[in-house]
Structure formats: C-alpha cells, structure tokens
Design a protein around this ligand. Structure first.
Ligand SMILES: *[C@@H]1O[C@H](CO)[C@@H](O)[C@H](O)[C@H]1NC(C)=O
Ligand SMILES: *[C@@H]1O[C@H](CO)[C@@H](O)[C@H](O)[C@H]1NC(C)=O
Ligand SMILES: *[C@@H]1O[C@H](CO)[C@@H](O)[C@H](O)[C@H]1NC(C)=O
Ligand SMILES: *[C@@H]1O[C@H](CO)[C@@H](O)[C@H](O)[C@H]1NC(C)=O
Ligand SMILES: *[C@@H]1O[C@H](CO)[C@@H](O)[C@H](O)[C@H]1NC(C)=O
Ligand SMILES: *[C@@H]1O[C@H](CO)[C@@H](O)[C@H](O)[C@H]1NC(C)=O
Ligand SMILES: *[C@@H]1O[C@H](CO)[C@@H](O)[C@H](O)[C@H]1NC(C)=O
Ligand SMILES: *[C@@H]1O[C@H](CO)[C@@H](O)[C@H](O)[C@H]1NC(C)=O
Ligand SMILES: *[C@@H]1O[C@H](CO)[C@@H](O)[C@H](O)[C@H]1NC(C)=O
Ligand SMILES: *[C@@H]1O[C@H](CO)[C@@H](O)[C@H](O)[C@H]1NC(C)=O
Ligand SMILES: *[C@@H]1O[C@H](CO)[C@@H](O)[C@H](O)[C@H]1NC(C)=O
Ligand SMILES: *[C@@H]1O[C@H](CO)[C@@H](O)[C@H](O)[C@H]1NC(C)=O
Length: 623
C-alpha cells in the first residue's frame, strides 16, 4: 500500500514537473539560448518568456516529443540580427540539457566560431542528434574536426560557409568518425579539388549523398598525390556537382562511384561533343543531369551498358537541339523520363530519330521552341503518359499532328502556349487523357450553344481535370459540363464568362476543386448540397453579381439574376455530323484574327453512350 502511494505521488510529481509542459531545465536552457542570441528588441522568439507556468513546447521554433515531452527539434533559422549583434560564437553548453535533441537548425546566424572548449565536439554527448544544419554561416575549415565524432549524426549541412580550398593539408582538420553520416552538403564553399583532403572517407562509410554544388571543382583527375574523388566514394548514391567548372568533355570517373544512382553535372562548362563511353563504370546510374552545358552532341555507342540502364535524363537549356543529338538519345533504351526544357529544336527530326525510346513515359518540353518535325515525331512515343509543353512557342501554321499512337497519354499540360485550332484537333485523338490544362493560352471568344464548322477535338470521357483559366473566354457556362462525371477539378477562373452557374453542375459528384472566380457571372449560386456544399467564397470571388451562400450577398429583391440562356437540350444536327442527342458543350474561342473564332463542342454520341464517350468539337465561326 505504501509503495502504491509512493508510486502515485511520484507519477503526479513527474506529471507536474515534466510531462504536461516542457521540462523545467529545458525551459531554462531555452531562455539562456535566447539571452545568448542577444537581440536588442527581442524581435523574434516572442513567446520565449520567463514564466514558470509556461509550456516551452508551445514556443515557436521548438518541437517536443509527444512521448517524453522533451525538446527534439530547435530551429533558430536566421534568428540573430547581424547588424545589431555582430558575429556569434557557438556555445555547446547551451544545448547539452536537451538530451533527446534530434534536429538542430542554425542557418543564417552569423556564426563564425565557438567559445573556447565549447565547440561542436561537445555535442557528441547528445546520443540522438541526427541533423545539424549550419547553412549560410561563416565557419572556416577548422569546423570540420569539431564536427567529427558525433555518433548519431546523419545529416550535416555546411552549405554557404567559408571552407575554401586549402593548400597545406592538415590531417587533424579532417571530417572523420561520422559512421552514420548519410548526407553531407558542402555546397557554395569555393572548394576546388582539395576538398578531398577534408574528408576522411574511410570514416564516412554510410555516406550516400554528397552535395558539392556551386564550388570550383574542375576535373576528376587526381590532384597532387591524392586519390581521385571518385575512387574513394564507392558507396555514394547521389552526387551533386552542378555549378562547377567541369570542362573535360570525356566524362570519366576513374573506375569509382560504382554505387552512384544519380549524378548532377548541370551548369558546368562541358562543350561540344560529350563522350559518355567511360561512364560505363557507373553500373547503377539511373539519373543523369547534363542541363545547361554547351553540348552539341553525345557519343553514345549502342553497346555501352550504362546507357541502357539510365531512366531519367535532363538536357534542359542546351539551347540548340540538333537532329544529331536527338538521334544519340536512341542509345538510352530504358529511358522513362526526358527533360528538354528551354531548348530550340533544329533541323528535320523524324519519328525514327525518337523511335528508339520505346519506354519513355514523361517528356518535358516547357519553354522550348518546337518545330513541326519534332512535334510530329512525338507521335511515335507510344508509352508516353505525361507531356508537358508549358510556355512553348508552337508554329501557328502547324498542320494536324499524327498523334493517334499516344494511347497512354494521361496528362497534357499546355499552359501559356500559343495553340491553334489544328493543334486542338490533334489533341482530340487522345482518348486516354485525364488531365488537360490549357490555362493562359490566349483563347479569346465564347462558350456559346453552337457553332458552324465542327472539328473533332476528342473523346475526353476520362477527363479528371480541366483547366481553362486565364483565357479570354466569353459567353455562358454550358449546362452540358455536368456530363463530365469523372471531373475532379474544373477551373474556369479569370475569363469573361457571364450568365448563371448552371445548377446542373451539382450532379458532378467527383468534383473536389471548382473555380469560376473572376468572371462576370451573375445570379444565385447552385444550392449548397453534395460537392457544392464544400466550395467556399474563393471559388466565386470577383463576380460582383453573384449572390447566395457562401457569399455574404443574399439574393432577395431584384435578385441580381440575369435570365439564363437556355443552353440546348440536344437535338441539334450539325452539317450531317453526328446527332448530338444527349448533350453537347460548345466553346467558341476566337482566334488571332478578330474575324475568326474557334468553338469547341462537347457532346455524347448516342452510339457510344454506354462507354461515356464524349466529343469536343472545335468550331470556327466568323464574327
Ligand atoms: C504565465 O503564463 C500563464 C499561462 O500561460 C498566464 O496565465 C500568466 O498570465 C503568465 N504570467 C505572466 C507574468 O506572464
Ligand atoms: C528552417 O527551419 C525549418 C524547420 O522549421 C527547416 O525545415 C528548414 O529547412 C530551415 N530552413 C533553412 C533555410 O535551413
Ligand atoms: C556557455 O554557456 C554556459 C551555459 O549557459 C554558460 O555558463 C557559459 O558562461 C557560456 N560561456 C560563454 C563564454 O558565454
Ligand atoms: C585550391 O584552393 C586553394 C585555396 O583557395 C588554392 O590555394 C589552391 O591553389 C587551389 N588549387 C587549385 C588546384 O586550384
Ligand atoms: C594542424 O591543426 C592542429 C589543430 O587545428 C594544429 O594544432 C596544428 O598546429 C596544425 N598543424 C599544421 C602543420 O598546421
Ligand atoms: C579528359 O579526361 C580523359 C579521361 O579521363 C583524359 O584521358 C584526358 O587527358 C582529359 N583531358 C584533359 C584535357 O584533361
Ligand atoms: C511553320 O509551319 C509551316 C507550314 O507547315 C512551315 O512552312 C514553316 O517552315 C514552319 N516554321 C517553323 C519555324 O517550323
Ligand atoms: C505525370 O503526371 C502525373 C499526374 O499529373 C504526376 O502525378 C506524375 O508525377 C507525373 N510523372 C512525372 C514523371 O512527372
Ligand atoms: C473516340 O473513340 C472511339 C473509340 O475509341 C473512336 O472510334 C473515335 O474515333 C474517337 N473519336 C475521336 C474524336 O477521337
Ligand atoms: C489552372 O492553371 C493556372 C495557371 O497555370 C493555375 O494558376 C491554377 O492553379 C490551375 N488550376 C487548378 C485547379 O489547378
Ligand atoms: C485578352 O487577354 C489579354 C491578356 O490576358 C488582355 O490583355 C486582353 O485585353 C484580353 N482581350 C479581350 C478582348 O478581353
Ligand atoms: C486574343 O486577344 C488578344 C487581345 O485582343 C490578342 O493580343 C491575342 O493575340 C488574341 N489571341 C488569340 C489566340 O487570338
């Protein structure tokens, strides 16, 4: 009985002392840190005030363990005001009370060094410490030995410090005894090949990712008796070397880096013909980034093993993509994702040139200027699921593209590209399309009830997301949109649509995202039921004449309503085209010339109704 009482008393004590709030010694230690940071007006960390009843786990930049109530994360990002407080010297004693600390973020704090005998080496007493982020401070090379020997450290960032290359190599300045370190970021430190002397690679046995972005590295050649970088990093999986000075276009890593999966060599000085034959040693490489180099062509003999394994290749910003370069891509027979953003395609590229990429699933051409030949040749990529052509210059006199083979295409993003009616017609054959985004495409014109010259756009029965925002669409919202039963996201915002929002849209049971904001719509909103019960004011804002909940404006009296145009109930026969029995949607979109408009009509063909096939038709009308 006595024991039980004691236990109850102890539990009550523990509760009161630690686990309901934060631990008393941790609260005090946090206040000491705040004092050490020493900002004159206390501009930040406002909740860190001396109050015995305060729960420091609720303070900003602190995270506590739910189980023990102890502090596990401290994030003092850019907390110290340099102009007022000057350089800061790290004091390890301030952090030792946090026995369960896992993550310590100290970026941008003007840290230049440490108080004598209070360096980072003392943090080795914190057995849970996994993340130390010292990004954008002013530490020099001497920090490395201090950071050695932290037993549980997994992630260390010294990005944007002042490590620099050092000619006199002093082994006691090495980063060592970090057996659990997995990620090391040494980016933007003016490092040259001497970086090797900083790392005791034998001790960094768990290192998987090394970031050397924004340094002065120039080659993988051995430097002054030191091993090559590559030969010592046999467990490394990810290597970032972008924004350096690599200029030897024969890519070679001296037989090392055999575990490497991802290599980033973007923004270097590779020029002309890049020879990839020696990359064969990288037997596990899956991702290669050669973007923003001045590459004319690649030497990619078909018998090289590595090229057959690569899954993702980045060639953004090469500027001029020649037929030669496109042909050399044929060697990457396993390629699934290809980035060719911000390029200009030159010469006559044929379907055969691209034909040896049978597994390609995603192609990114954003910001590129695409010629007709290249656009035609895309049609050969039968496995393609994603095609992104944001902000592309397309030829206005583009013929209809032969894209019948793209039977797997699910996502087509065309935002901010200039499109003509032929192009829309080419999109029409893409029956598997789920996401179609044509925001900001400079469509002018209306979505009226009917047009004159039907042009097939497509079977968009599977469409899940349709984005026509930021165009100049006018007219009313077609009732028939309510037949897009699969649609989850419908964005018609930033157009000039008028009239009422058809109440039939309530039938769209899958609709999760809906916006008609910034149009000229008027009248009562659809009833707040089913999915329409979930849409808030933001879906409707920027339409002064709309009324009813969730808007503040009620619909009583003159009812701000304008008579809704009756948008057909089928039975329209179009120039001997298909009988649009069930419904159709018309989008008339006027095109460059003021005289022309394109209208898109979407309807169900009765013959295909079981399969919910829809057609969109493009109409050209003269105004
Ligand atoms: C201390 O904190 C408690 C609870 O948060 C609060 O009610 C009280 O006013 C605070 N005292 C002072 C002096 O700030
Ligand atoms: C700042 O702290 C947050 C945690 O709140 C962290 O996720 C983030 O990466 C830090 N920012 C920088 C620039 O280090
Ligand atoms: C370092 O922090 C400890 C613990 O708060 C403190 O006692 C000591 O005075 C600090 N040292 C310096 C030089 O500020
Ligand atoms: C590397 O950098 C150091 C210091 O910045 C410099 O003294 C040395 O000459 C550089 N070495 C090479 C090979 O550029
Ligand atoms: C090497 O570094 C240690 C510790 O920083 C220092 O005591 C020693 O004098 C240095 N040796 C040379 C040759 O610079
Ligand atoms: C470029 O690298 C290759 C392969 O490592 C080497 O044989 C050649 O000498 C290097 N060229 C220059 C100019 O350093
Ligand atoms: C644009 O297309 C027309 C007709 O196909 C063609 O004559 C012209 O060369 C193309 N221009 C470009 C830049 O591809
Ligand atoms: C392809 O598109 C889908 C849907 O937008 C997206 O979730 C996926 O990440 C894309 N795949 C690639 C490789 O970008
Ligand atoms: C719609 O799909 C059907 C069946 O797949 C096909 O016969 C028809 O040609 C397609 N229509 C368009 C416009 O692609
Ligand atoms: C539609 O596209 C615009 C422009 O790219 C974008 O801002 C908006 O978020 C998109 N809408 C949805 C629902 O994704
Ligand atoms: C069409 O949109 C552009 C930019 O989005 C705008 O500058 C222009 O005034 C619009 N034209 C019409 C007729 O609304
Ligand atoms: C749409 O109208 C704007 C302004 O009148 C014009 O600059 C733009 O070229 C037109 N776009 C198309 C595709 O017709």
């Amino acid at each position: 009985m006595g024991h039980l009482c004691l236990l109850v008393v102890m539990l009550a004590f523990l509760n009161g002392y630690c686990c309901l709030g934060c631990w008393e010694q941790e609260r005090i230690a946090l206040l000491q840190i705040k004092g050490d940071i020493n900002f004159p007006n206390g501009a930040s960390l406002q909740r860190w005030v001396d109050n015995e009843t305060a729960n420091c786990c609720d303070w900003e930049e602190i995270e506590c363990s739910v189980d023990t109530g102890r502090v596990i994360q401290i994030s003092l990002n850019a907390t110290r005001e340099y102009l007022r407080s000057g350089d800061w010297y790290f004091n390890a004693s301030l952090f030792l009370p946090f026995k369960e600390l896992k993550t310590l973020h100290l970026p941008e704090n003007s840290l230049v060094g440490w108080v004598e005998n209070e360096g980072f080496e003392r943090l080795s007493m914190l057995m849970n410490l996994q993340v130390v982020d010292l990004t954008l401070n002013h530490f020099n090379i001497n920090i490395l030995s201090r950071l050695s020997g932290l037993p549980s450290l997994k992630y260390l960032s010294l990005f944007g410090n002042n490590l620099k290359g050092s000619t006199h190599f002093n082994s006691s300045e090495r980063l060592s005894r970090l057996n659990n370190l997995e990620v090391l970021d040494l980016g933007w430190n003016h490092l040259n090949g001497s970086v090797l002397s900083f790392l005791n690679l034998n001790d960094l046995i768990s290192l998987k990712e090394l970031d050397l972005t924004l340094n002065n590295l120039q080659s993988f050649e051995p430097i002054q008796g030191l091993e090559t970088l590559a030969s010592r990093l046999s467990n490394l999986e990810i290597l970032h070397l972008s924004h350096n000075w690599f200029d030897n276009s024969t890519l070679s890593f001296g037989g090392g880096l055999s575990s490497l999966k991802s290599l980033d060599l973007s923004y270097n000085k590779l020029k002309g013909t890049v020879d990839m034959r020696e990359l064969d040693a990288l037997t596990n490489l899956e991702v290669l980034d050669l973007s923003f180099n001045e590459i004319d062509s690649l030497v990619t003999p078909k018998d090289t093993k590595i090229l057959k394994k690569l899954k993702v290749l980045y060639l953004d910003g090469i500027e001029k993509i020649s037929r030669n370069l496109v042909q050399s891509l044929g060697a990457f027979s396993s390629l699934k994702t290809l980035y060719l953003k911000s390029n200009a395609f030159e010469g006559t590229i044929t379907a055969e040139d691209l034909g040896s990429l049978p597994n390609l699933e995603a192609l990114f051409l954003d910001g590129s200027s695409l010629n007709n030949n290249f656009l035609q040749s895309i049609g050969v990529l039968a496995s393609l699921k994603n095609l992104s052509m944001v902000d592309c210059e397309l030829n206005h006199t583009l013929p209809t593209l032969d894209w019948d083979n793209l039977l797997n295409l699910e996502t087509l993003i065309l935002d901010a590209s200039s499109l003509n009616n032929n192009f829309l017609q080419s999109v029409g054959v893409l029956t598997s399309l789920k996401i179609l985004s044509m925001a900001n495409c400079e469509f002018n014109g209306s979505l009226p009830t009917q047009g004159k010259i039907p042009l097939e756009l497509g079977n968009l029965s599977d469409i899940h997301a349709l984005n026509l925002s930021h165009n100049n669409l006018t007219g009313t919202i077609p009732v028939t949109l309510s037949k897009l039963k699969q649609v989850e996201s419908l964005d018609l915002s930033y157009n000039n649509l008028n009239g009422r929002i058809p109440t039939q849209l309530i039938e769209l049971n899958a609709l999760a995202v809906f916006s008609v904001a910034h149009n000229n719509l008027s009248g009562a909103l659809p009833e707040r039921k089913s999915q329409f019960g979930t849409f808030e004011e933001t879906s409707y804002e920027g339409n002064p004449l709309l009324c009813g909940p969730p808007l503040n404006k009620s619909c009583t009296k003159n009812g701000a309503t304008s008579p809704m145009r009756n948008v057909s109930n089928g039975e329209v026969e179009e120039d001997g085209f298909v009988d649009m029995d069930a419904f159709y949607i018309t989008f008339v979109v006027s095109y460059i010339s003021v005289l022309l408009g394109i209208a898109i009509v979407l309807y169900i063909n009765p013959y295909f109704r079981q399969g919910w096939f829809y057609f969109i038709e493009v109409y050209i009308t003269s105004r």
